[in-house]
Write a protein that binds this ligand. Structure first.
Ligand code: NAP
Length: 281
């Protein structure tokens, strides 16, 4: 038996179409949605990622300015920029692309960003709102995962969910979102014992580790939902490789996300959707 595919590419297209319509409605009211990006000037991976995000923004009709921050920037110059963006009513969302140049304190920058503009949902204020079950912007990747599950009618309520990874932008908020959806949640990390065994108990597995094909097919409970957020470069292989060994896992799982075409496009779609919401759409 082969698992059914959680097709993030197709679902993300539906969301982007909806975003486009919301943008048109905003423009008809004279509002031009704008998402600005702060990015390290000398980090090729970040620049490529930001270019891709800008292209998606343009396609959706969202304006985007980027600010390339280099080694000459001081913390106070960057904080002044963040304050300016906070105060600028034409800017609806601000994305601070990780990592910033080493001389800058990223945590302080995120603390300075207004939660109403934090469309990536990664500031302490936004994460606090998630923890406190208050409305606010949710982190784009875990939000994309929840939207994908919902699209396929997968209700986490009462299910055992295992999130592998506890990063602030992915594993931890994914676990909190599953908890809000009434799953019984376990969070695994590098110190977890018996990870394959914990995995075999789970009805829903979210792999957010950053280790190519770590989760094997024989770790998966038959019929489980397997969501692979991993993007890993592997020497000698083209493209990105997930955290799950797709070939063996798809033979056991009930549902599975491919890499690419699963969580990645859902992240971008969630970000655009949050940006339009920030503009009042
Ligand atoms: P991260 O900050 O490096 O966190 C990785 C987590 O995995 C940590 O909590 C770590 O545990 C845990 N871990 C590492 N080795 C482990 C092991 N052997 N067993 C169990 N847990 C282990 O990574 P991240 O930013 O969350 O990203 C995770 C993956 O998702 C990466 O492949 C990244 O490229 C991808 N990603 C994808 C998207 C998307 O849009 N699809 C967005 C963001 C990230 P400790 O806390 O104990 O160190």
């Amino acid at each position: 038996m082969s698992a059914q595919i959680l097709d993030g590419l197709t679902v993300s297209k539906l969301i982007r179409e909806e975003v486009r319509q919301r943008v048109d409605a905003l423009r008809a009211r004279g509002v031009e949605p704008r998402l600005d990006v702060v990015v390290a000037a000398q980090d090729p991976a970040s620049l490529a990622y930001v270019r891709m995000k800008r292209a998606w923004c343009e396609k959706a009709g969202i304006i985007s300015e980027s600010y390339a921050v280099d080694e000459s920037w001081t913390q106070s110059k960057l904080l002044d920029l963040i304050r300016e963006l906070n105060a600028n009513p034409k800017v609806h969302g601000v994305l601070v692309q990780h990592p910033l140049p080493a001389q800058l304190d990223e945590s302080e920058v995120l603390l300075a960003l207004g939660p109403e503009k934090d469309v990536d949902g990664i500031t302490p204020a936004s994460l606090g709102r998630l923890t406190a079950d208050l409305p606010g912007f949710r982190c784009a990747t875990p939000l994309g995962i929840m939207t994908l599950l919902k699209h396929y009618g997968i209700d986490p309520a009462g299910k055992r969910a295992l999130v592998i990874g506890r990063s602030v932008i992915l594993g931890k908020p994914a676990a909190l979102m599953l908890l809000q959806l009434n799953a019984t949640v376990t969070i695994a990390h590098s110190r977890t014992h018996d990870l394959p065994e914990r995995c075999r108990e789970a009805d829903i597995v979210i792999a957010a580790v950053g280790r190519a094909e770590m989760v094997k097919g024989d770790w998966i409970k038959p019929g489980a939902v397997v969501v692979d957020a991993g993007y890993n470069k592997v020497e000698g292989r083209s493209g990105d490789v997930g955290d799950v060994d797709f070939e063996s896992a798809k033979e056991v799982a009930g549902w599975i996300t491919p890499v690419p075409g699963g969580v990645g496009p859902m992240t971008v779609a969630s970000l655009l959707s949050n940006a339009v919401s920030a503009a009042g759409g």
